[in-house]
Write a protein that binds this ligand. Structure first.
Ligand SMILES: [Fe+2]
Length: 256
């Protein structure tokens, strides 16, 4: 990690501030398709200035394309197409945005519930890259909904369903065959980078590593909510990076 000096004024005196520059560790991956970069509409970036800083860090890490996936989860995050588009437009129009060479597009991370089923039925989903839909389950309790049926419905509408961070659903951590079953039902699996690095805990690290080694992972995402997440992502060790580079990931195919 390199350090670059710049200056700020403190009590009228110029003081050097050390600014972190992250290494371009992910220039081979290029696309992040899971994050909370859009300002002020979920539990991710709180404002435009922070979102711009997200973009700068993406650029430093070697990413060229970011699909923003703000939560749509009623009633906690009652987002919709209009709210997400407005937040995206606000960020795209921000002073300094044009100086950061990262393409930003928007989609959503849908919570799998009755509202999601409603959106599917009404054809109101916002896929990324034409047909990909990112969806998540509760971290704490099993869903009563039939995952095979939901995948079937989405596929029937020409979409590719992706289950976000399967390694974080700890109620599945002792029955790993569930992941194979989800894949057979049509779900693509997206693992969080920070799970592999042990950020959420040992179980998430073990399950995500297992999924990678078994060839069950289709996407890698940052799921970045805060700026410090980029520091964690940049702390990946060379062995883990090699394993990821060897993995067939759909991310790599999606640069517009
Ligand atoms: Fe997320």
């Amino acid at each position: 990690m390199g350090l670059l000096g710049d200056f700020f004024l403190k009590k009228g005196k110029a003081v050097e501030r050390k600014k972190t520059v992250l290494p371009p560790l992910y220039d081979w991956l290029k696309v992040d398709m899971h994050n909370h970069i859009l300002p002020g509409i979920d539990d991710g970036s709180p404002d435009v200035a922070t979102s711009l800083e997200f973009l700068r860090r993406y650029h430093q890490l070697g990413f060229t394309t970011v699909f923003a996936t703000s939560h749509i989860r009623h009633p906690l995050f009652p987002n919709n197409r209009e709210i997400i588009k407005n937040a995206w437009e606000q960020l795209e129009a921000a002073p300094g945005r044009k100086d950061i060479p990262v393409k930003l597009l928007y989609s959503a991370e849908y919570f799998i519930d009755d509202h999601f089923l409603d959106l599917i039925n009404k054809n109101e989903l916002m896929p990324f890259s034409g047909s990909y839909i990112l969806a998540e389950l509760s971290l704490s309790s099993r869903s009563y909904l039939d995952m095979d049926q939901i995948a079937g419905q989405l596929i029937g509408k020409g979409m590719h369903p992706i289950l976000a961070h399967p390694e974080r659903y700890l109620y599945w951590s002792k029955s790993l065959d569930v992941f194979q079953k989800l894949k057979s039902g049509g779900w693509l699996l997206q693992v969080n980078l920070m799970s592999l690095l042990g950020y959420y805990g040992k179980i998430e690290q073990r399950v995500s590593t297992h999924l990678l080694q078994e060839g069950l992972v289709d996407f890698i995402g940052t799921d970045a909510h805060r700026l410090n997440h980029f520091d964690i992502i940049s702390s990946i060790d060379p062995k883990q990076l090699e394993l990821l580079k060897k993995t067939y990931l759909i991310n790599k195919l999606l640069t517009p």
